[in-house]
Design a protein. Structure first.
Length: 394
């Protein structure tokens, strides 16, 4: 009797190869973890194909809401943009997917768990790390990495096994989810070439400018243009509206977990807008020192999440700080949408610290006198005055 093996399955070439290759020696249970990147029709088609390949059982694990509550919410709270550019669209999904997969493997009593990662990317580390931490007793199987297979070798093997699906080499690979879509192709393997306009899934459809109002309550997006929506639904609706302007396109260049530089194109309209809108509201409602502390902590949180350290206790500590920092981040943010760009136009909040009853910057003050400023300036400059008095030649 064959032992149970859970396969992280997406229906692409790599996981198709894994399903066919592994069913020879294992009872394969394919599992697709949906974090917002698949329609009902796509999920049904993927399930149909999985059974056609000969898996013993296929399940879809819907983790979209969990993904928002455990990850996306904190990406908004932290204004997370890796290297000031990338909203962690794909890397943030992988940790939730890995946790869901290993929990499913434990639930059905699987002795093995497999994924289709190659040996040249970040995902292999993210999956392996979480699998090892949460279930060290379950053995990890990685055929493509271990056999060092090329795409062409995978296709040849499948054809010999009678799998006649079309595996013509696509020019571009996509990872699509709730928080954005990555685009990879021959151009992103270079340092200078741009992917063509047609490589992006969303094309420019609207040119007439418009304005959206995003309402936040304690840091979370709760309404769009006055319509109260659950956060996941709000993100999807904002994505639908903003993607018509081809907003949110960029390139991420960064250091991978395995030590090499990597480059991808991406489009993340809703994520880009929400992060900037939220950050703008924070500038109005948080103190100077709250903002300063967040600027120091967020790069640490970003790197830990990107490199798969989701289970690190420090992550929960930072998230607790984020939660606390959001207690006054409530209000409306107005965002102008234009072809290929957006502009945060302003905010309205009862907690706005830029309140004219205390003074108007550059115009008039209402809390202090001219003599107060003179005395303050004398005191605050003392340390530097003393330095130059002692070191007159500097």
């Amino acid at each position: 009797m064959k032992e149970k093996l859970v396969l992280a399955y997406s229906g692409g070439l790599d996981t198709t190869f894994c399903a066919v290759y592994l069913k020879q020696d294992y009872e394969v249970h394919s599992a697709l973890v949906n974090t917002g990147g698949f329609s009902k029709e796509e999920l049904a088609e993927i399930e149909k194909r999985a059974y056609k390949l000969g898996v013993a059982k296929h399940v879809t694990l819907d983790e979209t809401e969990n993904y928002y509550q455990k990850i996306v919410k904190y990406l908004i709270f932290g204004n997370v943009l890796k290297n000031n550019t990338y909203p962690l669209s794909v890397s943030s999904e992988r940790v939730i997917q890995a946790v869901a997969l290993i929990n499913y493997a434990k639930k059905i009593g699987a002795k093995y768990i497999a994924h289709g990662s190659t040996g040249a990317g970040n995902d292999q580390v993210r999956f392996d790390m979480i699998f090892q931490i949460l279930a060290p007793e379950i053995e990890i199987i990685t055929p493509i990495r271990d056999l060092k297979l090329t795409r062409e070798q995978e296709i040849d093997y499948l054809l010999k096994q009678g799998v006649n699906e079309s595996f013509e080499k696509s020019k571009y690979s996509y990872n699509q989810g709730l928080w954005g879509t990555s685009v990879g192709g021959k151009e992103t393997l270079t340092s200078h070439q741009a992917v063509p306009e047609t490589a992006f899934l969303n094309q420019l459809e609207k040119t007439e400018p418009s304005v959206v109002k995003i309402s936040f309550e304690k840091g979370e997006p709760v309404a769009l243009n006055g319509e109260t929506l659950p956060p996941v639904e709000l993100i999807r609706k904002l994505e639908q509206i903003a993607s018509q302007y081809a907003i949110g396109r960029d390139y991420h260049i960064g250091d991978t977990i395995i030590g090499i530089k990597g480059r991808i194109a991406f489009e993340a309209a809703a994520a880009s807008i929400l992060i900037k809108a939220h950050h703008n509201l924070e500038k109005h409602t948080l103190t100077k020192w709250q903002l300063q502390l967040k600027e120091q902590i967020t790069p640490v949180y970003t790197m830990l999440l990107h490199e798969g350290h989701y289970l690190e206790p420090a992550m929960r500590d930072i998230e607790a700080f984020y939660e606390s920092s959001q207690r006054n981040v409530t209000g409306d943010v107005f965002v102008g949408l234009y072809p290929y760009r957006f502009v945060v136009q302003g905010v309205q909040s009862d907690n706005d610290l830029m309140n004219s009853q205390f003074g108007d910057y550059g115009e008039v003050n209402k809390l202090f006198t001219a003599d107060d400023v003179k005395g303050f300036t004398t005191i605050i400059s003392n340390a530097t005055k003393i330095y130059y008095k002692i070191n007159e030649n500097d």
